[in-house]
Design a protein around this ligand. Structure first.
Ligand code: ASP
Length: 381
């Protein structure tokens, strides 16, 4: 039996340090349960059975890429523009919370319409640098909401770590009444520090909900509750101090693709009366892959089939997804331009991935050297 002395919290080199003498094996077990993610620990044996456990609170890296969350209205332009720095956001956060373990990193100040696959590739390298260090519990990425789901999905398909990676933003800018930036940041930090957030892939945290990167999409131009996993619902919520998970992701595959990108994979949305002209154009531009956001169950106008067959003959990979917001594509129609005709022409069905996500997966998988049969496999849900 050993003594127990609570030495309290002390800030040392940006860590919280709790020095505790453990009373019993039972308490020791309780401690070890939360050491995995929030804390790391080393022990100093004093004498006999008396030891000191030094528990260091792990840090959370906040990587800022830009977005409305870091914007204010410029009176001359009469529009929101980047104007809040990461340190300003963190000091505002410090006024309303007690987090002392945050480490900001300014990656960019970009509105998310200007985020590119190259930026995602660079971001992945920064995320990895943090995750590889034992003193970080995980990473929060701050991002504009317009392309947030694309960066989230890209990071998910190239994900190699168990630690939580959360991506968040805000719908209102810092000049707006009801600015949601701080709430979303606080929720995201809580999710990273929750031990059950390990091994869940990249998570999107907004408006008190947790969604999986592979399932979620922005559904509304204005609402704070804009991120929805349309066919599935959120995987969890943040309720005050509790982070609660309801279910596992249904869609997630551990793709484990290497961090690579190219600029020659394209996305076309199909509409009534569309012809094959744009497909011909992209093939001439040297496209390696094209995703078609097709109609309904995965069908295109019959007049597009010549261009599609020609693209396939030239080795261009074509993935079919649906422009519907819910449901999978399937080769259920046999007419010219129907799903069966597309599959017979060598197109790949992309399950219920959205067009932008299917494009990122096709781009990355091809850059990883995957050939046609492997691509079919990776897109099969
Ligand atoms: N247009 C903004 C962006 O994506 C929207 C946002 O951040 O909510 O950067």
């Amino acid at each position: 039996m050993s003594n127990h002395v609570e030495m309290g919290n002390a800030l040392f080199m940006s860590y919280y340090i709790f020095i505790t003498l453990l009373i019993s094996q039972y308490e020791n077990v309780k401690f070890m349960r939360f050491l995995n993610n929030d804390f790391h620990c080393f022990s100093i044996r004093l004498c006999g059975t008396i030891s000191i456990e030094v528990i260091l609170m792990k840090k959370v890296a906040l990587i800022f890429t830009g977005g409305t969350i870091a914007m204010k209205v410029n009176s001359k332009l009469q529009g929101a523009v980047p104007s809040v720095t990461p340190s300003e956001l963190i000091s505002t956060l410090a006024e309303v919370t007690e987090f002392d373990n945050l480490e900001p990193y300014e990656f960019s100040k970009l509105p998310s319409p200007s985020i590119t696959p190259e930026k995602m590739y660079e971001l992945k390298k920064i995320v990895d640098n943090y995750l590889e260090h034992d003193d970080y519990a995980g990473v929060v990425i701050v991002h504009g909401t317009d392309t947030l789901e694309e960066t989230a999905f890209y990071l998910d398909i190239v994900s190699t770590h168990k630690k939580p990676v959360v991506i968040t933003g805000s719908m209102k800018n810092a000049s707006d009444l009801g600015y949601d930036g701080l709430t979303n940041l606080v929720s995201s930090i809580k999710v990273v520090m929750e031990p059950h957030s390990m091994q869940k892939g990249v998570l999107v945290v907004m408006n008190y909900t947790i969604n999986a990167a592979c399932e979620v999409t922005k559904t509304h131009t204005l609402n704070l509750d804009t991120f929805k996993s349309f066919d599935f619902g959120p995987i969890g919520i943040i309720d005050d101090e509790d982070v609660i998970y309801f279910r596992e992701q249904t869609q997630r595959k551990a793709y484990k693709l290497k961090n690579k990108y190219n600029e020659s994979t394209f996305l076309l949305k199909i509409y009534a009366g569309m012809t094959g002209e744009l497909i011909d154009y992209y093939v001439k531009q040297g496209a390696k892959g094209i995703v078609l956001e097709a109609l309904g169950r995965g069908n295109v106008p019959s007049v597009m089939m010549d261009a599609i067959r020609d693209a396939r003959r030239k080795g261009v990979e074509i993935v079919i997804v649906s422009r519907c917001i819910g449901g999978r594509v399937l080769d259920s129609y046999g007419y010219i331009g129907g799903g069966k005709d597309l599959v017979n022409a060598g197109c790949i069905l992309g399950g219920n991935l959205s067009g932008p996500k299917a494009r990122l997966l096709l781009m990355t998988a091809m850059e990883n050297g995957l050939k046609h049969e492997d691509l079919i496999d990776i897109f099969t849900m």
